[in-house]
Design a protein around this ligand. Structure first.
Ligand code: CTP
Ligand code: MG
Length: 190
C-alpha cells in the first residue's frame, strides 16, 4: 500500500516541520507579560482591543524562540537526512525566511484570535476553544503562503498536510496547556 505510506509520511513531515509554530506559543507564555500590544486601550465597542494577555515581549520572545528551535531542527534534519536534508530551504536566507514567516505568523494569528475573542465578549484568559487553537495555524499558513510559497506548497499545499495540522492542533494545544497549568506557568488548563 504505497499510497498509505505516502500519506503517513506527508502527515509526519507536515507535523515535524511545523514544530517552530507550535513552540512559539508556549514560549510566549515564558517571555511574555510585559508591554501589552494594545497599550491598555479599548476598541470602539468599549472592550480591550486585545487585553493584557498579548504583550510585545511574548510576541517577539515567542516568535524568536520558534526561529531558534527551527534552526536547531534544520541542523538535525541536515545531519540525519530527514525529509531530504534541507526541507526548510537550501540557503541560510531561505531557511530564515521560512522560519520567520512560520513563527511570526503563529504569534500574529494568536493576536488575531484574541482580537476576535474580545469582540465576541470572551475576556482575557477565557476559554476560546478553536479561537485559541486555529488562528495561529491559519495565519502561520498565510505567512508561509505569502513569504515562502514553495515551502508551503511542498508540505501544506496538498491539503493532506494542512488538514492534518488543523486536526492534530486542538488536542495538542490542550495537552500542552494542561502541562503548563500543572507546572504553574499557566493559570488555567486551556
Ligand atoms: N503571552 C504574552 N504575549 C503574547 C502571547 C502570550 O505575554 N503575545 C503570555 C501572557 O502572559 C498570556 C499567556 O502568555 O496570559 C498565555 O497566552 P494565551 O493563552 O494566548 O493568552 P490569554 O491570557 O489566554 O489571553 P487571551 O484570552 O487573549 O487568549
Ligand atoms: Mg489562553
Amino acid at each position: 500500500m504505497p499510497e498509505i505510506v505516502t500519506i503517513v509520511l506527508d502527515i509526519v513531515y507536515a507535523f515535524i516541520l511545523f514544530i517552530p509554530a507550535f513552540v512559539a506559543n508556549p514560549a510566549a507564555v515564558i517571555t511574555g507579560g510585559h508591554y501589552p500590544i494594545d497599550a491598555g486601550r479599548n476598541f470602539p465597542d468599549g472592550k480591550r482591543i486585545l487585553g493584557d494577555g498579548k504583550t510585545w515581549t511574548g510576541y517577539f520572545g515567542g516568535s524568536l524562540a520558534g526561529v531558534l528551535i527551527g534552526f536547531i531542527l534544520a541542523g538535525i534534519f541536515y545531519i540525519s537526512g530527514f525529509a531530504g536534508s534541507l526541507p526548510y530551504g537550501r540557503t541560510f536566507i531561505e531557511i530564515l525566511v521560512v522560519l520567520l514567516a512560520m513563527s511570526f505568523g503563529s504569534l500574529t494569528g494568536d493576536v488575531a484570535g484574541s482580537f476576535i475573542k474580545r469582540r465576541i465578549g470572551i475576556q482575557r484568559g477565557g476559554k476560546g476553544a478553536l479561537l485559541d487553537q486555529w488562528p495561529f495555524v491559519l495565519v502561520s499558513f498565510l505567512f508561509l503562503f505569502v513569504f515562502a510559497r514553495s515551502f508551503f506548497m511542498s508540505y501544506y499545499g496538498n491539503i493532506i498536510g494542512a488538514v492534518a495540522i488543523l486536526v492534530i492542533t486542538p488536542p495538542l494545544h490542550r495537552g500542552v496547556n494542561i502541562i503548563g497549568f500543572a507546572m504553574k506557568k499557566k493559570d488555567v488548563p486551556w
